[in-house]
Design a protein around this ligand. Structure first.
Ligand SMILES: CC(=O)SCCNC(=O)CCNC(=O)[C@H](O)C(C)(C)COP(=O)(O)OP(=O)(O)OC[C@H]1O[C@@H](n2cnc3c(N)ncnc32)[C@H](O)[C@@H]1OP(=O)(O)O
Ligand SMILES: O=CC(=O)O
Ligand SMILES: [Mg+2]
Length: 612
């Protein structure tokens, strides 16, 4: 076990505001809470009117928020919301209807040839600017963490540096309001080159000042929140705004021009799309934001994650839809595994094996990334590889094994034609860079846009059940991950180092969906044990006991109070995780969690649990 980084408590003032009307609950993505509860939740919050038709949770309207959201930006957000939100809601309804069809037996597949013929024609994405032609290693991390943002954008002591840094509002950031504000602030100051951070002396380490070197920085990219996430603290005409819309508008408002003045392209990542019409929606958002800010058309460049099973069948259509703003696609392998399980949750012939057995070399995963490379390169866009999740282990021996694992993985990615990949920890930038550098430098290339994998036109991308181990230890891994992750999540932290790996929203979701599915199908494990609620409860008890013992040991030097605090947090995390693992209906995303709270609690928790 390793400690999660600094857990913080929210500090927020209270600004009185007018009592606001309940929002239209019909517009919610998933009816996680009942109609009467939804109205009660909303009317139990005080709202402050901040611009024409725009209201903010009074507790969220802090001095920081006032600085980052001037009236001009709020008006831009309001007009984008009015132009785009009903379409977003329809897209989310369509997701739900599609999932119902999958639940009733349908399988995801390629679209009929006549549905989107233009996408399969001979077209190219708009020319890529010079500053995004080399992306061999991109480091990712939570955008709200200033120290990590500076580290992502800096050279390591061993001289290694990523080509790009992806500052993340999605998988690694819990979308709590203070995190959103810190994230916008960090991107603004990073783009200006002024972001700084002072780490006070702790635990034997001396104090340290962190600053950027604007002349020696990787490319800066921002991943905005996905289509499903609301920013529940900001309402326009009584409806919560889209989190991704708010992120893009705010970040571009504060940074796009500054980046362009430095000759840099404003670059974004978009997560979790499921259909080409969603890509069309995001393209409209890019057009709208550029227009509102007086930025020339086709300036923004975006990489979309292909990390859902339905999207894997529509990569060409998706890329086509935002071809004017496309830098490429990225094979988001972790959410893809989550989606494989979630989408096929009712298909008892496709129940997947232990989480640790599923990797990029399983046939349906390998075909998906090769198809991604083929589609991208055919149309002049980058085909980015996936995330190496290692965090450095404590012993030399373990670290050597981890480095070998990263090199193997990235060697495979470079060999099939990826243009670059992701790492989640700076320690692995060098090892991940090595195979790309060796192959591409030898061929005198910055990227592999010229490589087209030789695969069938429509490869089989459906996950197969009936192979691989299904074990009690597999459940233990899922339970352990969930306890470590939920402890961070409950303290507004979106990614944690745990058992020598990075665990974030995507990897937690795999564990949660898999255990739910095994329970739902009463799977018989390889040793004959049947998966039941009782079994899962017993494993939670056993793993919690082990984790408590580890925590008592780990936090001992911080004093008895610290030990008790952390033990209590692990207990709460285990309780929350078990509840989510064993709930009757599988929620679409962890963040759809309003029902974890009663109405009174929700008033306090809205700032921490903006969601869907
Ligand atoms: C599935 C996906 O979507 S992947 C993309 C989303 N997920 C992510 O981006 C997760 C990114 N990774 C992380 O958030 C972090 O690595 C964590 C939380 C898992 C671990 O962070 P820590 O607990 O700080 O790890 P650790 O103690 O090993 O850090 C050592 C140093 O590396 C830095 N560091 C660790 N990870 C990162 C990172 N991703 N970016 C920049 N710096 C980092 C730390 O800030 C620390 O710096 P310091 O020596 O100056 O104090
Ligand atoms: O976002 C990336 C993933 O793997 O999930
Ligand atoms: Mg993801």
């Amino acid at each position: 076990m390793e400690a999660v980084p600094g857990e913080c408590l929210l500090a927020h003032g209270r600004t009185p505001g007018p009592f606001r009307r309940p929002f239209s609950i019909q517009s919610r993505y998933d009816m996680a809470i009942s109609t009467s509860d939804a109205a009660a939740y909303t009317s139990n919050v005080d709202w402050t009117s901040v611009a024409d038709g725009v209201e903010i949770n009074a507790k969220a309207w802090t001095d920081e928020a006032k600085q980052l959201f001037p009236e001009e930006l709020l008006s831009i957000i309001a007009s984008l919301h009015r132009a785009l939100n009903s379409e977003r809601m329809n897209l989310l309804k369509a997701r739900k209807a599609q999932q119902k069809r999958y639940d009733e037996g349908a399988l995801p597949g390629y679209l009929p040839a006549d549905e989107h013929p233009d996408a399969h024609g001979d077209w190219q994405v708009a020319p890529l600017p010079d500053d995004i032609l080399q992306r061999r290693v991109e480091i990712t991390g939570p955008v709200n963490n200033a120290k990590m943002v500076i580290n992502m954008l800096s050279r390591n002591e061993d001289g290694s540096m990523a080509d790009a840094a992806m500052l993340d509002f999605e998988d690694s950031m819990k979308p709590a309001w203070t995190n959103v504000l810190a994230g916008i602030r960090n991107v603004k100051e990073a783009a200006e080159g002024t972001l700084s951070y002072t780490q006070s002396a702790t635990n034997g380490r001396p104090a340290k000042d962190y600053n950027l070197d604007p002349d020696d920085m990787p490319l800066l990219m921002v991943r905005i929140r996905g289509l499903h996430l609301d920013e529940s603290n900001v309402h326009v005409d009584g409806e919560p705004v889209s989190g991704g819309l708010l992120d893009l508008a705010a970040v571009a408002y504060h940074t796009a021009q500054a980046l362009m003045n430095q000759g840099k392209t404003p670059k974004y990542y978009v997560p979790k799309v499921e259909h080409y019409l969603e890509a069309r929606w995001f393209n409209k958002l890019f057009v709208g934001v550029q227009k509102a800010l007086g930025i020339p058309e086709k300036t923004f460049k975006a990489t979309f994650l292909i990390e859902t099973l339905p999207a894997a069948f529509q990569m060409e259509e998706i890329l086509y839809e935002y071809r004017d703003h496309a830098a490429g696609l990225n094979g988001g392998r972790w959410d893809k595994i989550f989606s494989d399980i979630k989408v096929l949750r009712e298909h008892d012939d496709r129940v997947l094996a232990d989480r640790n057995w599923i990797n990029i070399q399983r046939p349906w995963m390998e075909m998906y990334v090769k198809q991604l490379i083929r589609v991208c390169h055919k149309h002049g866009a980058f085909g980015m590889g996936g995330m190496a999740p290692q965090t450095p282990g404590k012993t030399e021996d373990l670290r050597e094994k981890q480095i070998a694992g990263v090199v193997d993985d990235k060697k495979f990615e470079a060999s099939i034609g990826h243009d670059g990949c992701w790492v989640s920890h700076p320690y692995f930038i060098g090892p991940a860079m090595k195979p790309f550098k060796e192959k591409l430098d030898a061929e005198g290339k910055k990227n592999q846009l010229d490589v087209i994998p030789d695969i069938p036109e429509q490869p089989d991308l459906l996950p197969k059940g009936g192979v691989g181990p299904k074990t009690v230890d597999g459940i233990r891994v899922n339970v352990r991950v969930s306890i470590g992750y939920m402890k961070g999540w409950n303290s507004d932290i979106g990614a944690v180092a745990w058992d020598n790996r990075m665990e974030d929203l995507a990897t937690f979701e795999i564990s949660r969906a898999q255990t739910w599915q095994w329970l739902h199908h009463s799977v018989t494990l390889d040793d004959g044990t049947e998966v039941t609620k009782e079994l899962i409860h017993r494993i939670f008890e056993e793993e919690l006991e082990k984790i408590e013992a580890e925590a008592r040991d780990f936090f001992a030097s911080y004093g008895e109070d610290a030990v008790e605090t952390h033990v209590q947090r692990f207990r709460k995390a285990a309780k929350d995780a078990e509840r989510i693992f064993t709930e009757d209906a599988m929620r679409p995303f962890l963040a759809c969690e309003s029902e974890l709270f009663g109405v009174d609690e929700h008033k306090e928790h809205l700032l921490k649990h903006s969601g869907c």
